[in-house]
Ligand binder design. Structure first.
Ligand SMILES: Nc1ncnc2c1ncn2[C@@H]1O[C@H](COP(=O)(O)OP(=O)(O)OP(=O)(O)O)[C@@H](O)[C@H]1O
Ligand SMILES: [Mg+2]
Length: 272
């Protein structure tokens, strides 16, 4: 006979509570995060749909990198939820996160190459870890991926021998080698000359088209933002202040947006 109290609890067979999803590839719902005693994300809500290239702008220290780390489970929210490709990842452990992380390629802000490994081992890192391919197959796959980011046979080069633009591209090759569904770029053009930056912009567009990925690009570089974005969202005081197409962002009379995109030091953004 059933214990009477059990009838009050959902049974294991019942469907999970319906997710607030509406076809999003990435959904952050009312995310809060405090770090080092400082509230960083304060109710951030963001919906990104499959195939989009979403640019995220915002001042230095606003929490853009923290936000992107929530999407790949490197941070967990204090409150709120994060969904990736239909799965709520906000409270998953490392093991449960592994299949989710496989869907995501992440280009870190500083490219984050392993200094002691050559390009072959940096780009092929996960392939070596998985041990499914032979050495020869890994070399071929790495070469093919380097070609996608317009790099030749630099397999034996060490990160210290590469220029900033090459490092970013090697980081990008590492991010795309597993055919991710989602690509996260943290400041892909920062510190690069305008011509190299534009080559990176073209790559972001090309990868979005060829791999059909959903891309999230954090940048301060408004030339890049306007070129690659399908939509731009501005993070301000821990929430999304504005989302719109490049045209809508350009045309808005919102003072905070205008001050940011024009790079003016005077205005509401300064006196915080
Ligand atoms: N692991 C951490 N521990 C404590 N504080 C952190 C940690 N990571 C980030 N922070 C803090 O969170 C805030 C937001 O940092 P974040 O790196 O997300 O900024 P950002 O918007 O990416 O800035 P930038 O444009 O300069 O890269 C900063 O005050 C930073 O010091
Ligand atoms: Mg950052």
């Amino acid at each position: 006979m059933d214990h009477p109290n059990l009838s009050l609890k959902p049974s294991y067979g019942s469907p999970p509570p319906s997710a607030p999803l509406n076809g999003e590839m990435i959904l952050l719902s009312n995310v809060y995060k405090t770090l080092g005693g400082k509230p960083i994300l304060r109710g951030a809500t963001l919906s990104i749909y499959p195939g989009e290239t979403r640019v995220i702008i915002g001042r230095s220290g606003e929490g853009k990198s923290v936000l992107i780390k929530h999407i790949c489970g490197l941070f967990q929210p204090d409150a709120g939820e994060v969904y990736v490709d239909g799965v709520e990842i906000s409270r998953l452990g490392e093991r449960a996160l592994t299949p989710i992380r496989r869907k995501i390629g992440l280009l870190f802000q500083n490219a984050a190459l392993f200094d002691s490994l050559n390009v072959l081992h940096n780009v092929g890192f996960t392939l070596y870890e998985e041990r499914k391919l032979t050495e020869r197959e890994i070399r071929e796959k790495v070469l093919e991926t380097l070609k996608m980011v317009r790099l030749g046979d630099i397999l034996e080069k060490m990160p210290s021998e590469l220029s900033g633009g090459m490092r970013k591209r090697v980081g990008l090759a590492r991010a795309i080698i597993q055919n991710p569904k989602i690509l996260l770029y943290d400041e892909p053009t920062t510190g690069l000359d305008p011509v190299t930056s534009d080559a990176i912009n073209d790559l972001i567009i090309k990868l979005a088209e060829e791999l059909q990925v959903t891309s999230v690009v954090i940048t301060h570089d408004m030339v890049s933002a306007f070129k690659v974005a399908s939509q731009i969202s501005m993070l301000y005081e821990g929430r999304f202040h504005f989302t719109g197409t490049p045209e809508e962002i350009r045309d808005t009379d919102d003072e905070i947006i205008q001050q940011f995109i024009q790079g003016r030091s005077e205005g509401p953004l300064t006196n915080l």
